[in-house]
Ligand binder design. Structure first.
Ligand code: FPP
Ligand code: MG
Length: 278
């Protein structure tokens, strides 16, 4: 995907520097942090942050540490999401999950440490505030996701879960990028709206892929939402209608960019959120 790989390389190199060296004590903690953070993710959230900074007129390097902080929060949330007490998954980003490789106790610690690292490298109070606010939403969404397992799906709860567990951090990534690029409040609002729609499209596509793709293709478990009776878009709307709703979100994301300059990359990624195969 154009642009995504360029930004991913930048972010990977910076994360490598920001993470504690593997042989610093306690080395198993740092190995586990590096193992999960440096695994081959798409880096969509950091890319959105860097590109939003560029669209605001700033050099993307201004937002690089914030982009890494966002990815560290995301990786932390995935490590905990995969734990036996939560989704109990064995595969993530094409490799054994953190707890499968290092044990549950170290995986919990590695997650906690990545969360702390994220805040310790956040460049400004405002970035920390955005990140903390989105993190709270993640916890609320994940809690509702757990509580809803096995219950009758309904659109209100579904929206509550998706808005918080996924959309909040994606929208915050865009808002943080604009802020660090020196953009106006108006541009923050426009790209936050874009992020809200891309984020929802992304999570609906994730739900659909869990239902339709293979674990080999995804690099993480497939069919697990149905097995665990998760409250997902396909569970309530079916696969076809979920795809249509995701496409509608993409259209709204693109509409939020109306009248702005230099947004071709953001438009492309909005489409990528639902056309991706993993
Ligand atoms: C993956 O969803 C999980 C999330 C997007 C969020 C998980 C959030 C937490 C564990 C709370 C984190 C705590 C703080 C303080 C930020 P999924 O299970 O639908 O996707 P998957 O198939 O990739 O696992
Ligand atoms: Mg999960």
């Amino acid at each position: 995907m154009t642009g995504l790989n360029t930004y991913a390389n930048l972010v990977n190199a910076r994360m490598e520097d920001l993470l504690p060296p593997a042989n610093d004590a306690p080395s198993i903690l740092h190995e586990a942090m590096r193992y999960s953070a440096l695994a081959p993710g798409k880096r969509l959230r950091p890319a959105l942050c860097l590109e939003s900074c560029r669209v605001a007129g700033g050099n993307p390097s201004l937002a690089l540490d914030a982009a890494c902080a966002i990815e560290f929060v995301h990786v932390f949330s995935l490590i905990h999401d995969d734990l036996p007490a939560l989704d109990n998954d064995a595969l993530r980003r094409g490799q054994p999950t953190c707890h499968a490789k290092f044990g549950e106790n170290i995986a919990i610690m590695a997650g906690d440490a990545l969360f702390a690292l994220a805040f310790s490298i956040s460049p400004e109070c405002e970035v920390m505030h955005e990140l903390a606010h989105a993190s709270m939403a993640l916890v609320q969404g994940e809690t509702m996701d757990i509580l809803s397992e096995g219950t009758e799906p309904n659109p209100q709860t579904l929206t509550f879960i998706h808005q918080r567990k996924t959309v909040a951090l994606i929208a915050a990534s865009c808002a943080i990028g604009v802020r660090l690029g020196g953009g106006s409040d108006q541009l923050v609002a426009a790209l936050r709206t874009y992020g809200n729609h891309v984020g929802l499209a992304f999570q609906i596509a994730d739900d659909v892929l869990n239902e339709t793709a293979t674990a080999e293709q995804l690099g993480k478990s497939a069919g697990s939402d149905r097995e665990r009776n998760k409250m997902t878009y396909p569970a309530y709307f079916g696969v076809d209608e979920s795809r249509r709703l995701a496409a509608e979100e993409v259209n709204q994301a693109v509409a939020a960019l109306d009248g702005l300059n230099e947004t071709h990359q953001l438009v492309e990624w909005a489409h990528f959120a639902i056309s991706r195969e993993r």
